[in-house]
Unconditional design. Structure first.
Length: 311
């Protein structure tokens, strides 16, 4: 038995040597290929494009992360910055383009007061608006306890006239009918348009004008203020992918609103000036959740601007 075993070991030795040789040759080949690939990558690195970060989920829904898509110290981000410096002539993407908001109210809007009025000024006021205005009772009620607000999510300049959107005592009412339950008001503030940026200019203004005329009929002796659409952050399209939601569109439609206000003989208040940063956008800190709706601190900024711009 010992002899047989010795012969079996002797007969297996060449096979083992052959396998070892094959493994060594494969490893050497892989090392050579990897070195060649690294050399190619280094040679052509300037021509590579930074990875594109998708803002859409697999189901088509928007993806919004609390952190930036690429960290500042990540290799992909560093490569993107280097490429941006090399390609300095590239156009700025629409969602990050600096828009023409400035820190001066547009001509034709209400100029600043010599002194701001007190918060009691709004105790006989009523505010009409969309979801941005629905935050007023939440954040301003302690300072303006008698303020009246008729606002709802998703309303645009067309639906504001006829849609039964406001629930009062179990009944659904139009915004005008809901306002009739709020008693007499001496000041009226209207902010519509954020949900109307996808409408063409004619439908936008026709609907808005109709609503303002209805308000004036309801409050013939009131001072009527039309407020500008508030700006959005540069990252708003992470949550609202529609191309029409951007500060460029807002600037254009605010100009339409100003023209309408002048034509109807009501007052235009450029509240966007209370919120924009030096680039002309809403700062991220003002709307860290979705790039459009405001934090409580910015409701204070909003009302401080109104207090400083009255007639």
């Amino acid at each position: 038995m010992q002899v047989v075993r010795h012969r079996q070991k002797a007969s297996l030795s060449p096979i083992i040597k052959f396998i070892v040789a094959v493994i060594m040759i494969a490893a050497a080949s892989y090392g050579i290929a990897a070195a060649w690939q690294n050399a190619q990558d280094s040679a052509y690195a300037p021509e590579r494009k930074a990875p594109v970060v998708s803002l859409m989920g697999e189901d088509g829904g928007a993806v919004f992360d609390s952190e930036p898509a690429a960290a500042a110290d990540s290799p992909a981000s560093g490569e993107a910055e280097a490429l941006a410096e090399q390609d300095g002539e590239d156009e700025i993407p629409p969602e990050t383009e600096v828009m023409p908001y400035v820190r001066e109210a547009v001509p034709g809007s209400v100029p600043p007061n010599a002194e701001p009025v007190g918060y009691e000024y709004f105790n006989d006021a009523i505010f009409f608006g969309d979801s941005i205005s629905t935050g007023i009772p939440l954040y301003m009620k302690t300072m303006v306890p008698n303020i009246a607000v008729v606002a709802t999510q998703g309303v645009n300049t067309m639906r504001a006239n006829t849609a039964e959107l406001i629930e009062i005592n179990g009944s659904m009412l139009t915004m005008i009918d809901a306002a009739k339950t709020k008693g007499d008001r001496k000041k009226v503030y209207i902010m519509l348009g954020a949900n109307s940026l996808d409408l063409d200019e004619k439908r936008f203004i026709d609907g808005y004008s109709t609503f303002v005329k209805s308000v004036r009929e309801l409050y013939p002796d009131a001072v009527i203020y039309i407020q500008s659409i508030t700006p959005v952050t540069v990252d708003v399209n992470k949550v609202y992918p529609g191309e029409y939601i951007n500060n460029g569109q807002i600037v254009e439609y605010n100009a339409l609103i100003l023209g309408m206000a002048n034509e109807l003989g009501v007052h235009y208040v450029d509240v966007a000036q209370a919120m924009v940063d030096e680039t002309g956008a809403l700062p991220t800190e003002a709307s860290p959740f979705d790039g459009m709706h405001l934090t409580p601190e910015y409701y204070i900024k909003w009302f401080d601007y109104l207090r400083s711009h009255t007639v």
